[in-house]
Design a protein around this ligand. Structure first.
Ligand code: NAD
Length: 276
């Protein structure tokens, strides 16, 4: 049973399940990504901010896999929102990753800093048109941020990567994404482990003979979101890949969705203003 693909732009499809490398140390990233590729992952989610793009690029290169069988996403760092900085730094990502990106995102909107994210989105369009990435998107954009960039440029992001898990179902942004044909990517899909002891999820997992991580990731898959759980432990990396040999019922999905308590594990995109 293989990983489904989701079409995100003209001629661009993304594997719905990938491997996230947030907080993977640069010096062990090549090893971790190599392990994930051995397990069968073909989609890697990194960022300039994580400092480990070189390790990702080295693992892809060493794998011997064709680049067109692989999907790599990176994200523009918060310090590079000005047009010239964005173009220059996108080129550096391409160098570190060993070839054009499949997807490049604005990591955070930073709506309160002195650079307008509209300038950054226009730079992203240039970056795509220059062939540095096949598709462009955003991360942590709220509905008004999306409305503004679409109204001003007519160019819709291919994806919006936002925090989504059973304790933060983020329905308003997901619904707007869906209405606009923007794919939702769910970051921290297991809330960095916080949902794994939930009794309601545990009951479903027990009935199905699966782990709570698998049930939670399957919930995302059946809601059509894209996920890339992070682990550097091989047994968990394997576990998180085994999502396509079972199904949740509609009642299971509703029960998990009802766990929402609007609880963020990460910053609030409306106020986050961290610039390294
Ligand atoms: P996650 O929800 O994937 O949880 C990761 C944690 O859960 C790790 O501590 C890991 O040890 C543990 N874990 C993983 N699988 C497990 C399993 N099967 N059983 C028990 N424990 C398990 O959290 P994350 O790393 O924050 O998010 C995943 C990815 O999302 C990141 O690697 C990154 O690519 C992306 N992300 C993006 C943003 C953004 O702003 N765009 C923010 C955070 C994360």
């Amino acid at each position: 049973t293989s990983v489904p693909e989701i079409r995100i732009a003209d001629g661009v499809s993304i594997p719905q399940l990938g491997f996230g490398v947030y907080q993977v140390p640069p010096e062990t990233t090549e090893e971790a990504v190599t392990m994930a590729l051995e397990v069968g992952y073909r989609h890697v989610d990194t960022a300039q901010m994580y400092g480990n793009e070189q390790g990702v690029g080295d693992a892809l290169e060493a794998s011997g896999l064709n680049r067109d069988e692989l999907f790599v996403t990176s994200k523009l760092n918060n310090s590079f929102h000005r047009r010239d900085d964005a173009l220059r730094e996108a080129e550096k990502s391409v160098e570190r990753l060993g070839g054009p990106m499949d997807l490049f995102l604005i990591h955070w909107p930073l709506p309160t800093i002195d650079v307008d994210y509209l300038e950054t989105w226009k730079a992203m369009i240039e970056i795509r048109d220059a062939g540095l990435t096949r598709a462009i998107g955003v991360s942590n954009f709220q509905v008004p941020h999306l409305q503004r960039i679409i109204a001003e440029t007519g160019v819709k992001p291919a994806v919006n990567q936002i925090e989504v898990h059973p304790y933060l179902t983020n329905e308003t942004v997901r619904a707007y994404n869906a209405e606009q044909g923007i794919a939702t990517e769910a970051w921290s899909p297991i809330a960095q482990g916080a949902v794994l002891d939930d009794p309601a999820i545990a009951a479903i997992a027990e009935r199905l003979g699966k782990t709570t991580a698998q049930v939670t990731l399957r919930w995302h898959i059946q809601r059509h979101d894209i996920v890339f759980p992070k682990s550097v432990t091989r047994s968990r990396v394997e576990e998180n890949f085994q999502l396509f040999d079972f199904e949740l019922t509609d009642a299971d999905i509703q029960a998990i969705t009802a766990l929402n308590k609007d609880h963020r594990t990460g910053p609030d995109p409306d106020t986050f203003d961290y610039v390294p």
